[in-house]
Design a protein around this ligand. Structure first.
Ligand code: ZN
Length: 241
């Protein structure tokens, strides 16, 4: 089975289209999204329509639930809060209820999908260190868990009692180990690389790979400015932060 795994599209239609076109070359069986389809960018409806058209299962992101009114965005930074309000006004009733109905955790026989951390999915914690990974590993009943939220690709590997992090873009999975894999962000990468991130998990070859693809950043930026969203949200796309 070949899984397409991606996260944090953030209403960036140009990036999402580029990633889906790249996946079309990859013999994908199942598409999965680790949350934050909306927020920040100018095309929430367009991105939700693509998700629906492809019947892509998705875990709830904090921006998804905030846009649906299910999460209080008062702890968001100012630009993110402004984007939440703007997004709420763009969504149809159907889109709002779709986002509100997204589950915190998605499981299949091969993997688990959660936006933040498995030990406290409702708190949307940024998983950035080994201690947090250790807490999350205790809740894993599958060998692999995919996460998003930080917008930075990274893999935490549990080998016996050891837990370590890897930034390798291609990993051969060891059947004796367990993995928490952050798939990075399609629509707003923050690892210094502005290219859209998308991942492939092949359960037969036992490989995980994160790839990057260029997209039309200028058009995405122009739409953000024309929508009256904060200029910082346009600027950061080109910087990859
Ligand atoms: Zn996000």
């Amino acid at each position: 089975m070949r899984y397409a795994l991606f996260s944090d599209v953030h209403s960036n239609l140009e990036a999402f289209q580029a990633v889906l076109a790249a996946y079309a070359q990859e013999n994908i069986d199942v598409y999965l999204c680790a949350g934050d389809v909306v927020g920040y960018g100018a095309n929430p409806g367009g991105c939700l329509a693509l998700l629906k058209k492809r019947q892509i299962s998705c875990a709830a992101g904090n921006h998804d639930w905030a846009a649906a009114g299910r999460l209080d965005p008062s702890y968001f930074n100012r630009a993110a809060r402004e984007a939440v309000c703007w997004t709420q006004n763009q969504l149809s009733k159907e889109e709002t209820s779709f986002l509100s109905g997204l589950p915190l955790i998605h499981k299949s026989k091969d993997l688990i999908l959660v936006h933040g951390t498995l030990d406290a999915p409702q708190d949307f914690v940024y998983l950035t260190d080994r201690e947090q990974a250790e807490a999350a590993f205790q809740f894993m009943d599958r060998p692999v868990c995919f996460v998003g939220h930080t917008h930075v690709p990274e893999v935490f590997i549990q080998e016996g009692k050891n837990i370590y992090a890897s930034m390798d873009s291609r990993i051969k999975l060891n059947p004796a180990s367990r993995y928490i894999i952050n798939v990075g962000s399609v629509g707003q990468p923050r690892d210094g690389n502005p290219l859209a991130a998308y991942c492939i998990y092949d359960t037969d070859a036992r490989t995980f790979e994160i790839k990057r693809i260029a997209y039309d950043i200028e058009t995405a930026q122009k739409k953000i400015m024309e929508a009256g969203l904060p200029a910082s949200l346009a600027r950061r796309l080109a910087e990859g932060y």
